[in-house]
Design a protein around this ligand. Sequence first.
Ligand code: ADP
Ligand code: MG
Length: 657
Amino acid sequence: MADKLSIEGTGGLFQIAEPTAKKAPKRRPGFGIGIDLGTTHSLVAIAANAGAPRELADENGALLPSVVSYAGPDIVVGTRALDEQLDHPGKVVSSVKRMMGRGLADIDFAHPYDLVEADDGSGVVRIAVDEQRALTPVEVSAEILKVLKARAERELGGPVDGAVLTVPAYFDDAQRQATKDAGRIAGLNVYRLLAEPTAAALAHGLDRGGQGLYAVYDLGGGTFDISILRLRDGVFQVLATGGDSALGGDDFDRALASHLLAAADISSPSRVQHEAARIAARRAKEALSSADTTTCTVPELKLDGYTLNREAFESLVEPLIKRTLRACKATLRDAGLRAPELDAVVLVGGSTRVPKVRQMVEKTFGKPPLADIDPDKVVAYGAAIQADVLSGSPREGITLLDVVPLSLGLETMGGIVEAIIPRNATIPISARQVFTNYSEQQTGMKIHVVQGERELADDCRSLARFELKGIPRLPPSMARVEVTFQLDADALLTVTARELMTGVKQTVEVKPTYGLSDEEVDRMVMASLDHAGDDFAARNLAEARVELGRVALAVRTAVDETGHLPGILPEAERQQVLAALANADEAMKSVDAKAVTAAREALEAVSEPMARRRMERALHAGMQGKSLHEIETTLADEDTLDQKRGSHSPEQIEQGA
Ligand code: ADP
Ligand code: MG
């Protein structure tokens, strides 16, 4: 029970902000590392004590090939696994990232190893490396993470406390969960997952601007991803993602390998020749990123000092680059943006080292891309910066991501809490929700900000109350008040209410966690679990009553104000409506939510024709240049009623992953 109730991310991670003295967050005992778990390569980086990020390398360099070999008695990862691939293709697993959180049916790429379906009915794909072992992608990924964790501990000379792992922005819940599980199996405390493009943007310090629109162009080994990010109120939102899951540097290698085989006059190469051509092509390709010419010597192809120049290579890969640019244009369209609106374009992925890629990206986006950070390390750097912050380093001028220990919400009609920012959401965060008016008489809206996990406002902690005045008189549900909760990096909450038609606006600043200790947080979460059953029933009943009250008020007002007008309410119908209203008053006293709802539905059904006629009449009058309330007869005195919950779902903007 105890571990079920502990709140992930609060102990030491959540900072209580006081207006005057800023308390430094508690330093965590070990290092916080950032890991880019890539399809082709993985990388670990550190940015300790608010320092600049740096990669951690071993004797083979920083980039660890994401390849795991089960060929020998010991599991081998990286360059050595790559070496075993030629001899034991079925026992060496590469591109495992593409299988994370997927079923067998989702696997649509060529693979030399056997895939089977898990026999637990989950449909999860397993990799059968031999008769005894059918491994899940999670287990294989964990091997890569274990190596990186061990590398970090060796290089840093101390224990790793936790890690930020990056995932593609398009990863779904299953893929994200699988990645998190891999981290846990590798013995890592996963602080959080971070979207790869967001990580790259953080590494470039783009978060410091506070606002902006960015494209992240990521051309790796086997995949191309384009992401459009919006930074608003210090929070990144992924607006659109696109790309091609079967296009990357490997395709450059293949194009060049075919060229080499043709140059060697080999039309049907053996497997060994094929592999030799591919390896030589990759080497030549990488050399041509910094030199104008290179020579290839490939004994298997009988090529000796064959000269390749950059132009020849570029003409081979140009059609591939064009495909990425078409995907960029489509994704920009999805985001509803044009290239000139972007503030910057960030390059990610080893293949963006190819000069032709940079030139063509610049031409398409109309501005030189940001490429001063190594494109194959930039994602890990961003993750490292994030990990350092989460492990407790105070860092100036950086977006601090943290979590909200208790939900923040508003009291709505009937004393029900509408959560706007859920517990454990990462801060800074900004979330908004639209509420509508309850009746036409309502020209003000009381805003009561509460914090807690309980369904009823009385059981939560009251943080602030204020009132938005000057809402125009509009028929029920026509006025739209947008309430924005913005929680900044110091956990300071600003609540803004704005009526969308007139723009009238009211803002208050509150300190939601001030004075709450970890124990109090625990107690409040525990209480919500204890009362989960009663709360649910109470909420249902309160909600049903609010809805019934709203409909009854609207119908009563309509009858009073327009019922006498010709053609609006025939006498037989009037009797039915009045009976349903009387029935509604009775039902209001019931403690049975179902009875309350039934009364509302009955009232809605009998009053529907009248509502339709009223609407037609209003539209007709509107077209003659009259406002809605000119045709309505009476207007009550200015009065403030509580708001009702709108039908609009919360538009929540969350950071990164
Ligand atoms: P992933 O994100 O898929 O793990 P990476 O970002 O590590 O991939 O990119 C790997 C690709 O980058 C490979 O195709 C590799 O050949 C290519 N690459 C690495 N360095 C260079 C270079 N100097 N010039 C051209 N391509 C390069
Ligand atoms: Mg990558």
